[in-house]
Write a protein that binds this ligand. Structure first.
Ligand SMILES: Nc1nc2c(c(=O)[nH]1)N[C@H]1C(S)=C(S)[C@@H](COP(=O)(O)OP(=O)(O)OC[C@H]3O[C@@H](n4cnc5c(N)ncnc54)[C@H](O)[C@@H]3O)O[C@H]1N2
Ligand code: MOO
Length: 388
């Protein structure tokens, strides 16, 4: 049995080699860049107007109007002192313009422009190179592409991005009692639900599962199922069958498939019988079958590995500290990730902490960490991972 910290360190310390690929802009969200990006040109590439209004030459309150520049126009107007042109947002400002005045502060009679106030040098002109200069580093390798990053890459004219590949994930669920939702079941059977939590949580963080397989509690079937799943994935996530019952065949089946155990059992609640192993460059998590245990272990342990394998520099759900709404004592005898809600900056520990209880987790939005035996009074700070 390892501690939570030891388990997380074992995951973090895995030596891995990252693969990269080229991704189109659309579809690159959440990927980490595998190379540094430098700007191929100045951004903006030319001085342009921040407003619909008039580009002015010299500082006066009255100008002679001599033309118009619309967004996208490439004409190069040369203004004389005291002249102005009609201009629109984003349009190229004439080289020798002194300022742009927004149209709301102007009036025009015939071809004379009158300003309500004196302009200031450079006013409303977005300068060439104001955001980036040619050759400047835009993003370091490892940067995770969020929506504004995609916009920036697009604005640099880049349509294909070099990113770290994401791991291919297979899911196995185990248990004779499990029936697919929508199908008839008999007494003693339950509907299979863990795979939906796992595939949903994968999707939540931009991952996809490749294959999902249901295996009966049978040693040979478990061994064969794991062998097949390992033929097409980088990470195998198994749910159930990892405890000590007579029908828990996962651990032995992993050993027999040449998977080396990196840890088995973590001193925590929920999710004590968690297993983590490796076979060459493939990783296996066997998550305890109880629904809340399985999903909690996904968030706390599987997600960091998936993100590490995707080239992220830091991994896992961010932790925040929130004051607790009520007194609480952890009497579970193990450090605990408790189903909780965080609302208006305060955390509330929910009823229904049983490892089989997914309802409280579904209604909450956080996992609150409370150490073994810790006694909290109202207002004490609790470390929380926000799960939704
Ligand atoms: N003698 C002991 N028994 C148990 C221990 C122990 O230390 N000694 N640990 C308990 C804890 S803690 C957990 S967690 C479970 C983990 O057991 P398994 O990983 O072997 O899981 P199963 O026995 O297969 O299932 C547990 C529970 O979860 C339900 N389940 C399983 N898979 C699914 C699924 N895909 N969808 C919905 N529900 C699922 C299953 O029906 C069981 O109720 O072991 C304890 N026992
Ligand atoms: O450790 Mo178990 O996951 O409490 O249910």
């Amino acid at each position: 049995m390892v501690t939570i910290e030891e388990a997380l360190r074992i995951i973090e310390d895995q030596n891995i080699s990252l693969k990269s690929e080229s991704k189109p802009l659309e579809g690159a969200l959440g990927f980490a860049l595998s190379t540094n990006t430098v700007s191929p040109f100045d951004v903006p590439e030319f001085d342009n107007s921040a407003m619909d209004g008039y580009a002015l030459c010299g500082l006066y309150q009255e100008y002679q109007l001599v033309g118009e520049v619309a967004a996208g126009d490439s004409k190069d107007i040369k203004l004389q002192d005291g002249e102005a042109v009609r201009i629109f947002t984003g349009a190229k400002v004439p080289n020798n313009a002194t300022a742009v005045m927004m149209q709301e502060k102007t009036s025009v009679t015939d071809s004379t422009l009158f300003l309500d106030e004196m302009p200031k040098v450079g006013q409303n002109i977005r300068k060439r190179g104001g955001q980036l200069t040619e050759g400047q580093t835009v993003f370091e390798k490892g940067h995770i592409l969020n929506p504004p990053s995609l916009a920036l890459m697009g604005s640099l004219g880049l349509s294909q991005l070099e990113v770290f590949s994401r791991p291919r994930v297979n899911i196995i669920t185990t248990g004779n009692e499990l029936v697919k939702p929508g199908e008839p079941k008999t007494e003693g059977q339950i509907y299979e639900s863990n795979s939906y939590a796992i595939s949903g949580a994968l999707e939540q963080f931009g991952f996809q599962h490749h294959q999902k397989t249901q295996i009966r509690d049978d040693f040979e079937a478990t061994k064969a199922g794991i062998k097949t799943a390992l033929e097409s994935c980088d990470v195998l996530i198994i749910s159930g069958g990892i405890s000590v019952g007579d029908y828990d065949f996962v651990k032995q089946s992993l050993d027999d498939n040449g998977v080396n155990e990196l840890f088995y059992k973590v001193f925590q609640k929920p999710g004590k019988p968690l297993y983590f192993g490796r076979k060459d460059n493939q990783f296996v998590f066997a998550l305890p079958g109880n629904p809340a245990s399985s999903l909690t272990c996904f968030y706390v342990y599987v997600l960091p590995l998936l993100q590490k394998l995707s080239g992220y520099g830091s991994y896992g759900l961010a932790s925040y500290q929130f004051p607790i709404k009520h007194a609480y004592e952890n009497r579970f005898g193990r450090p605990s990730f408790l189903k909780a809600t965080v609302v208006d900056g305060k955390v509330e520990i929910l009823d229904g902490q049983g490892s089989s209880m997914i309802q409280s987790m579904a209604k909450g939005n956080a996992l609150a960490f409370v150490d073994d035996g810790e006694v909290l009074k109202e207002g004490d700070l609790v470390r929380c991972k926000l799960i939704s």
